[in-house]
Design a protein around this ligand. Structure first.
Ligand code: HAM
Length: 427
């Protein structure tokens, strides 16, 4: 026998038990986003490679090492599986002129692809819920996005997720900081690891984000970007903070929070937990006022974030907050030819009035069908023999919380099952 084929490492199947949890999460997320006036948008999974190089930055880990890129064999075009959604979202907004008459609040959900080393919480195909507000300049949007993500953790009943914020200022402020930072790091060049040496002149800000413990002292003594921020940038940062304080949402300023994508300016933030091991960032984002223009649009401020669905769901499951929901309400078992036809009618009738119904298919004894009914997770079994079929009746047996089996007429069935599922006893 040939070996069964396996999924690609770091790309996971999501099997029914887990997929149902995903659906529950997605329903909650949709309601939450509607509550803040965000509208959905869906972009392709594949985009022209230059989009990401231009948006995310040519000297970032994502663009340098992590993109799944390939050449279109028909026309030689360089294409990439999207590693994130912001670049695609802005591309779509510009392509369809959505910023023409008003700002936009958009969200998307779906798979992203990064060729990283897989480990718990870090996958090669992972899923994000992304939120982008385009055309908004004030700190109110930054604060609202931070607070709205906080509300989602509350809605999900998640605890232990902490907020870190920072300001990256504007490009001229970063340029002055960068010059001083490079000078400082050059005088301590011998203490830089290989990554640090490589990034010294290309992306020195990222050196501050190093996880290498031997470089912590060096990084602690480096010039801090916050000291280079001008009045306007500081005012924006203070504006965000005062709204967070008004809302009673605690936060920590992390001067080393620089993010791995180059499009950010001013506010950046991350929600982190220590409950997921090394991959503790469940949500991250910030302001990217230059990106729209960089991708060919009229200058337009913007702010957004994305959360890692796998990480949040791991936390949700670990913390035991996901409610198990029945997969179906009613399992219909039947035996005999007339019973089979009656069962079909009963199942359709129950679906007409809104129940989720699994009609037993494939025959078998009542006993084996009842086993299936039990295993299905249904709340009640509707049992139909030729006897019931002839009398236009159904026997209803509760499967979960005990309770008597009883027989009802076809017309009284839906009401009886409703009562069964909602509570009261069988008369
Ligand atoms: P990001 O920080 O690269 O930002 O990703 C956002 C979140 O996606 C991370 O905090 C993490 O939860 C999740 N994530 C990232 N990589 C992986 C992975 N390999 N496996 C599992 N989860 C992962 C962005 O992507 C920006 N586009 C966010 C944004 C939107 N900024 C503005 N608007």
């Amino acid at each position: 026998m040939s070996q069964t084929l396996q999924a690609i490492r770091g790309m996971n199947d999501i099997l029914p038990d887990e997929a149902e949890l995903w659906e529950q999460f997605e329903e909650l997320v949709r309601d939450w986003l509607r509550g803040y006036g965000y509208r959905p948008v869906r972009m392709p999974l594949v985009e022209p490679t230059p989009l990401f190089a231009r948006a995310i930055g040519a000297v970032t880990d994502i663009v340098e090492k992590e993109m799944y890129s390939f050449t279109d064999s028909l026309n030689g075009e360089q294409l990439t599986l999207r590693p994130e959604g912001t670049a695609s979202c802005v591309r779509a907004v510009l392509q369809h002129n959505l910023l023409y008459d008003s700002p936009r609040k958009l969200w998307y959900m779906g798979p992203m692809f990064r060729h990283e080393r897989p480990q718990k919480g870090r996958y090669r195909q992972f899923h994000q819920v992304g939120v982008e507000a385009l055309g908004y300049a004030g700190p109110d949007v930054d604060a609202e996005q931070i607070l709205m993500s906080g509300r989602l953790w509350d809605d999900l009943g998640l605890t232990g997720i902490e907020l870190e914020i920072n300001s990256l200022g504007q490009s001229d402020e970063r340029a002055r900081h960068r010059t001083d930072l490079i000078a400082y790091l050059e005088t301590h060049r011998d203490q830089l690891d290989a990554d640090g040496q490589r990034r010294l002149h290309t992306n020195p800000l990222r050196i501050l984000d190093t996880k290498n413990p031997t470089m912590q002292a060096l990084v602690d003594g480096a010039p801090k970007l916050i000291d280079y921020l001008g009045e306007t940038s500081l005012k924006h940062f203070e504006g965000v903070q005062s709204l967070l304080k008004d809302a009673g949402r605690p936060y920590r300023i992390n001067p080393r929070l620089v993010r791995g994508l180059d499009y950010y300016n001013l506010t950046v933030f991350e929600w982190v937990t220590d409950q997921l091991g090394a991959q503790g960032t469940v949500c991250a984002g910030g302001r990217y006022d230059g990106l729209v223009e960089q991708l060919g649009g009229k200058p337009s401020p913007a702010c957004g974030f994305a959360m890692g669905v796998e990480r949040l769901l791991a936390l949700w499951a670990d913390q035991g907050n996901a409610v198990e929901r029945p997969t179906v309400d009613v399992y219909v078992v039947h035996q005999g030819e007339a019973a089979g036809r009656h069962a079909f009618k009963v199942a359709e009738h129950l679906r007409d009035v809104g129940f989720a119904v699994q009609l037993h298919c494939g025959g078998g004894s009542f006993k084996s069908q009842m086993k299936r009914a039990d295993a299905s997770g249904a709340l009640v079994a509707a049992i139909i023999g030729d006897d019931e079929a002839q009398a236009n009746e159904v026997t209803v047996k509760p499967l979960r919380d005990g309770g008597e089996q009883c027989r009802v007429t076809f017309d009284g069935l839906a009401e009886m099952i409703g009562e069964r599922i909602l509570g009261p006893e069988c008369e």
